[in-house]
Ligand binder design. Sequence first.
Ligand SMILES: [Cu+2]
Length: 163
Amino acid sequence: MRPMFVLMLAATLSMAASAMAQEYRLDDLLITYPFATPSPPSVDHAAVYMDISIAGDEPDVLVGASTPASDTVEFHDMAMEGSVMRMFPVGEIEVPASTLLTMRPAGGYHLMLMNLVAPLREDDSFPMSLTFAERGEMEIHVRVQSASDGSADADELLHRHNH
Ligand SMILES: [Cu+2]
């Protein structure tokens, strides 16, 4: 019985690992390390971050996103308003060719899950579909991590790619 159990456990773990892939490809567009930050109990929205790069020379535009984790998904940017950093919705996110678009909790673009179905807790994960104007639709999985852990892991993966 015991070897059988070990085999089954191994199969379950590898399925979990592949469901939580860190990279997603759509033609020559690459999404790397999507993660979301946990939502505090009284907050009904949460941010999603990812890195997007295009290997070829045709740029694209992220025009839509949806997930069962929330009612809607908005695209946000951030800017200083006086001495306060504020976020605001933008209609779409342009993805230039041959330039890494990096999203991090420290500022700038992110995807905002509006009206969460349930609070996001660390180690949760959820599917999300993204629509690009030129290349079409793709499905990714987003893991929930603290801002510092998610940023560190995303940076480490980028570093591994560049060396
Ligand atoms: Cu936001």
